[in-house]
Write a protein that binds this ligand. Structure first.
Ligand code: NAI
Length: 704
């Protein structure tokens, strides 16, 4: 698991060997202990180089060991031994040095890295902190501010950036191990790790706490770095261990590790018809057509171009096309600069002729949300594109199967539902209809992956998974306001839970008119009417009444909140809204009552979760991980809570069921509070771990 050889006469070369990333398993740790001891005691060895085999230095801890009992030697004493060695030790970093891998490199006296290697301490994203001395050695090496940034965000650096920050001593484009050996030979004797003056930065804790939205790991990271700045090394190490112990057993760490694994689970998609990721081969795609260059089409074009695809972008008229071209160029440049990638010129061709997409392999349609328009377009595309071209729609609510029925090859139609802004948001829902070919699903999933998205395959239904679950959540928030809450009370509870924005601030941001249009299309809007029962169920006309007043949210300067001016983002409580609500309640005969944050959370979240169970029951999502990744990556559900379904499992399914029953009794006219039969089945099966839900879902059951 680690081998020692002598090279160039006096350099002891230690190679880690644990493919694919040389994770620090028990055997690797033991290997390091043995080889370091031999190298240090061998009089012929004057200096030591540590590298990883197969072009990767070390990917860090073996995450598979997290769940079970840790055996083998612990990292801290191993790294202390390396640091205390009286022979210079050089890390030769190729591929990646992440987490414990970078901590190993930090314990070495010098670091040489390949320019393209990735370095980072991503522990915080798993709800942990770098607990093998990372929080103590990194600030001593590069100072507090830079160390705090890396440790609290978990972001990765390239070798070149690491050199700028002073993490590494040399960057090379040549053979890294050879460069490290050469470096080791040039060191006269002995060495010390560099110790910089450390000072705390005031205000850091407040800033990190604010952006953590309730996550505890970033806060613990700051505390550990504060210890590095104020305590001697040994005491700092002790503090690091204490902080790690509180994080390790926390529900947040479990939730974040669940997210880590779930991201992989959702890429292994399956559908009820039996098609699966491992039996469906994606079709190669190099050229993609995008139709409609509004908000979404522009972002999609940018994301495709950044992924190296060539794009044919189509608008209706010259003027719209020019405006879009200008906007796309700017977005592309800014994003490429931010990500440090270089662009290949001429990747995007603009046109006002639909025929321009005749030779592409895949089309993504992003025109107005209008079925008649999309029907016509799909008919045209089906005729003018190559016979095997995949036709995808970015619709957020329309029936994919109906669109497929407009074409000659319905098996080639799938939904590719991006989220705004499409070049930034990580989520892609790939929507398959009953007739979609496995290869079409596989191709859309693969394209999403190439675009850096977390792609989740879901079945076709109104709102697909994300928006379908959002409906009861948003409705519940309006009902709470009718019953006595204010938008501020509802939003505060949800933001304290960890959402970056509550329902009403979010709705003001995206525009109240969007939902109004959808409700109109569903025949729910009755202008000027206040009735609270529509289509046989409870309905809140509050959103419609605000729209009728021209209150569309931020863009009109007023919505659920008041803004300084149209387009301003600073939401303030609106006294007008307060009196409007009082009058509304009086006219409806509603007696306002005090609503606390517990009720807000239970009614909004359990309604959302309950719809998630219905979706699982119907097979629209294959497993709870699919729903959770959709919510974490597309809807701002706090990652440290794992997603709605994982959160339900943490709360306890019996508890969720009991509270839903309680609220349903109080509000029998709200169908989405009626507990899902799958939730009942899971509770009567003893509320198994979330990883076992799929078995229960598949089990035959009586629908009585
Ligand atoms: P938008 O109104 O910003 O843009 C639509 C664009 O399509 C306009 O630029 C229009 O000129 C163009 N267009 C209309 N007919 C066309 C045709 N026949 N050929 C070529 N271009 C045509 O709309 P937005 O917001 O970009 O939405 C597009 C689609 O994406 C809709 O189906 C919407 O439901 C969906 N969507 C929207 C999201 C959002 O947050 N805005 C999120 C996810 C999906």
């Amino acid at each position: 698991m680690a081998a020692l050889t002598r090279v160039s006469g006096s350099v002891g070369l230690i190679s880690l060997l644990n493919p694919p990333v040389n994770a620090l398993s028990a055997a690797v740790r033991q290997g390091i202990v043995d080889t370091v001891r031999r190298a240090v005691s061998d009089p012929q060895v004057k200096s030591v180089v540590i590298c990883g085999q197969n072009g990767v230095f070390c990917g860090g801890a073996d995450i598979k060991e997290f769940g079970g009992h840790m055996s083998g030697p612990p990292l801290v004493p191993i790294f202390n031994t390396i640091e205390a060695a009286d022979k210079p030790v050089v890390a030769a970093i190729e591929g990646s040095a992440l987490g414990g891998g970078l901590e190993l490199a930090l314990a070495c006296h010098y670091r040489i890295t390949q320019s393209k290697a990735r370095l980072g301490l991503p522990e915080v994203s798993l709800g942990l902190l770098p607990a093998a001395g990372g929080t103590q050695r990194l600030p001593r090496l590069i100072g507090v501010p830079a160390a705090l940034d890396l440790i609290t965000t978990g972001r990765h650096l390239t070798g070149a950036e690491a050199l700028k920050l002073g993490i590494v001593d040399q960057v090379t484009d040549q053979n890294t191990v050879e460069a490290a050996v050469k470096f080791a030979l040039s060191i006269p004797s002995g060495c010390n790790i560099c110790r910089l003056h450390l000072s705390e930065r005031p205000g850091v804790m407040q800033r990190v706490k604010k952006s953590a939205h309730g996550a505890i790991a970033p806060v613990a990271c700051v505390q550990a770095v504060q210890a590095a700045a104020t305590l001697p090394f040994t005491q700092g190490m002790q503090r690091e261990q204490e902080l790690m112990a509180t994080l390790f057993g926390s529900g947040q760490a479990r939730a974040l590790q669940y997210c880590f694994f779930s991201q992989r689970v959702v890429s292994k998609w399956s559908s009820p018809s039996g098609s699966r990721w491992d039996t469906s081969k994606p079709k190669p795609v190099t050229k993609v057509g995008v139709i409609g260059l509004g908000t979404m089409g522009r972002g999609i074009t940018v994301a495709l171009a950044l992924a190296g695809l060539s794009v044919v972008a189509v608008e209706t008229q010259q003027q719209q096309m020019m405006a879009a071209q200008h906007a796309v160029s700017g977005m592309l440049e800014r994003t490429a600069r931010r990500r440090g990638v270089s662009l290949v010129g001429d990747q995007i061709r603009y046109s006002v002729e639909l025929e321009a997409v005749a030779d592409v392999e895949l089309v993504i349609e992003a025109v107005f949300e209008d079925m008649a328009l999309k029907e016509k377009l799909f008919k045209q595309l089906s005729t003018l594109c190559k016979a095997d071209t995949l036709l995808c729609s970015n619709t957020s609510s329309l029936d994919i199967d109906h669109l497929a029925s407009q074409t000659h090859s319905p098996q080639l139609v799938v939904g590719m539902h991006f989220f705004a802004p499409a070049h930034v948001m990580k989520l892609l829902e790939v929507v398959y209809g009953p007739r979609s070919a496995p290869q079409a699903v596989a191709t859309a999933m693969e394209l999403g992956k190439r675009m850096g998205k977390v792609s989740v395959a879901v079945g076709n239904c109104s709102g697909f998974v994300g928006n379908r679950m959002l409906m009861p959540y948003v409705e519940e928030a309006s009902f709470l306001v009718e019953e006595g809450a204010s938008p501020e009370i509802v939003d505060r509870a949800l933001e304290e839970f960890g959402f970056p924005m509550g329902v009403f601030r979010m709705s003001d941001l995206s525009g109240l008119d969007v939902g109004w249009k959808v409700r109109k299309a569903r025949g729910l809007v009755e202008p000027g009417q206040m009735s609270r029962v529509r289509q046989g169920r409870r309905y809140s006309p509050l959103g419609d009444l605000l729209c009728e007043q021209g209150r569309f949210g931020q863009k009109t300067g007023r919505g659920w909140y008041l803004y300084d001016s149209a387009g301003s983002r600073e939401a303030q409580p609106d006294p007008w809204l307060q009196s409007f609500l009082e009058e509304y309640r009086a006219r409806q005969g509603l007696v306002s009552r005090r609503i606390d944050s517990q009720e807000v959370l239970e009614r909004c979240l359990y309604a959302l979760i309950n719809e998630g169970f219905n979706i699982l029951q119907e097979g629209i999502a294959a497993g709870p991980e699919d729903i959770d990744m959709i919510y974490v990556f597309g809807y701002g559900f706090p990652r440290h809570r794992g997603g709605p379904m994982f959160y339900a499992s943490q709360v306890g399914l019996a508890q969720v069921l009991q509270r839903l029953e309680h609220y349903q009794q109080l509000h029998p006219d709200i169908p989405h509070l009626r507990p899902s039969s799958l939730l009942r089945r899971l509770v009567s099966s003893g509320s198994p771990r979330i990883q076992r839900w799929r078995e229960i879902i598949r089990m035959p059951h009586s629908s009585l």
